[in-house]
Design a protein around this ligand. Structure first.
Ligand code: NOJ
Length: 514
């Protein structure tokens, strides 16, 4: 396990929208280099970059046309290497996004594979034997190739699935086993991509749809086997590199597949959802909600299942948000967002902050889909840096902007929030400083629940010498706890010490050291 991951706090950068250094209306790698001090100043020491590879951008770059080339709109391979070097000089790490499950249908592999003539790439993707063979249980593109067969897609129609084989073979005429030499070659091709960028200075990868490799693999047994072999390669040849999965299943991703860390994603019914995003119709039933009436036990039951089995092997990553979901401002007030940040930054695991969440950027519901964003487009708008032209994101004419700037009244920006001690930015920065200064609050330190009651408040937990009380509800809540001799380290809202009990005011957070 690379040691640096234990202190890592990540900042996710959607490169299109972060900072445009050359005035063409779209963010670029040089822009990211110019803003490294900003990211570091917030308290993050690592960055996850969404895909920067050459692509037709039917899915914002998750449709890779060339894994070995930076998309010209972001710069060059040399620029990316300069980013690695500049980050390393500042003690920061850069993770690229690895998209192993599919490519763009414009990728040269696919261009060759879809032809009638048989080549050594004919099995790089998954084709049925003939166009008349289209079993409805598979998502197939039918009748559009010279080749006599239909092909499987992994996500959008423009993203054909790479062929890692089938764990359970139901159609032997076209499904290969995972240990077929051609399937092994697919995995080898992806390992080669990893080596290429690791050799150039990347510190690892966030892995897109990491569970999607082998098909008909319900328990993900053969998929895990592939990742184990990747982990062995890293341990042997790149011991400081990390792989972090988009999976949201620590048992399978960390324990079985060998990922160093796994994202805790917003999946319906899971703990993340019940904490922050559980909306039934108009009723927000999340634990962190204005007028909270959520149930902390729902979160704990799910979280501890993953935490207990994986905590000695890897990290669960709390995310403030990401490029796939509505921003937190869509669900809660700025104050509630501050409480969620206080909670996330005092939990174990590797935290990830989505660009703009540190200033409470808003989720736009009025935008036309951009590059396959659809409902996600509203979370991908340009970073708001200042009161200047285009919010300081770009010098271009307004109509050239990748996506429009949020001009709604009171739209936040970095400049205003950095000067406001009560801002979301100031709160998050203070929390990250606290986390950094105290080993007990770091990524691998233990977590213990002190008080949690179904549909009750507050929730109280311990991290080493620290105890955290959080009460997002509308009411003040009392809990038996003797805090005599305790040092109050951090408070949002209010509390009262009643000797043998503590009263946590409505919508408050308290961190003490004892
Ligand atoms: C997950 C990524 O986060 C998302 O943005 C993308 O569209 C899909 N995977 C497909 O690659």
């Amino acid at each position: 396990m690379p040691k640096w991951l234990n202190d890592a706090v990540f900042y996710e950068i959607y490169p299109q929208s972060f900072y445009d250094s050359n005035g063409d209306g779209i963010g670029d790698i040089n822009g990211i280099i110019q803003k490294l001090d900003y990211v570091k100043g917030l308290g993050c020491n690592a960055i996850w970059l969404n895909p920067v590879y050459d692509s037709p951008f039917m899915d914002a770059g998750y449709d890779v046309r060339d894994y070995y080339k930076v998309a010209p709109r972001y710069g060059t391979n040399e620029d990316l290497v300069r980013l690695f070097e500049a980050a390393h000089r500042k003690g920061m790490k850069i993770l690229l996004d690895l998209v192993p499950g599919h490519t763009s249908d414009t990728h040269p592999w696919f261009q060759i594979a879809k032809r009638a003539r048989e080549t050594d790439l004919s099995n790089r993707y998954i084709f049925t034997k003939s166009v008349w063979d289209a079993p409805p249980e598979y998502r197939l593109m039918c009748g559009i190739c010279e080749r006599n067969g239909n092909y499987l897609v992994n996500y959008f129609s423009s993203q054909p699935a790479l062929n890692y084989g089938f764990y359970e073979i139901t159609h032997p005429e076209w499904q290969l086993p995972p240990d077929h030499p051609d399937c092994l070659r697919t995995a080898e091709a992806i390992r080669a991509v990893m080596r290429f960028w690791l050799d150039k200075g990347a510190d690892g990868f966030r892995v897109d749809m990491a569970d999607s490799l082998v098909k008909n693999d319900d328990e993900k047994i053969a998929t895990a086997r592939i990742w184990r072999s990747v982990r062995e390669m890293l341990d042997r040849d790149y011991p400081d590199a990390v792989m972090i999965s988009e999976w949201s299943n620590p048992q399978r991703s960390i324990v079985n597949a060998g990922f160093h860390a796994d994202f805790y994603l917003d999946h319906q019914g899971n703990g993340y959802n019940s904490l922050f995003r559980k909306k039934i119709g108009d009723d927000n039933q999340s634990f962190f909600a204005d007028s909270s009436h959520g149930d902390i036990e729902e979160f704990l039951a799910d979280y501890f299942l993953g935490y207990n089995c994986s905590k000695d092997k890897g990290y669960i990553c709390f995310i403030t948000n990401n490029h796939d979901m509505p921003r937190a401002t869509f669900y809660m007030t700025d104050w509630m967002i501050k409480l969620t940040h206080a909670f996330m930054m005092t939990m174990p695991g590797v935290p990830f902050i989505y660009y703009g969440d540190e200033i409470g950027m808003r989720y736009r519901t009025d935008l036309i889909s951009k590059e396959g964003g659809f409902s996600r487009t509203g979370s991908r708008t340009p970073m708001q840096w200042s009161y200047e032209k285009n919010a300081g994101f770009s010098d271009c004419d307004e109509d050239m902007l990748y996506l429009p700037i949020d001009k709604s009244e009171g739209a936040p920006n970095v400049e205003s929030q950095q000067n406001d001690p009560g801002s979301i930015y100031a709160n998050l920065k203070a929390l990250l400083a606290l986390r950094k200064a105290n080993p007990s609050l770091r990524n691998d330190s233990d977590l213990e629940v002190v008080y949690a009651k179904s549909h009750g408040f507050p929730f109280v937990y311990r991290r080493g010498e620290f105890t955290v009380f959080v009460n997002p509800s509308d009411n003040d809540e009392q809990v038996d706890y003797d805090m005599n001799g305790a040092e109050v380290v951090y408070v949002l809202g209010g509390y009262e010490n009643h000797g043998s009990s503590v009263r946590i005011c409505s919508r408050s957070f308290l961190l003490i050291k004892q």
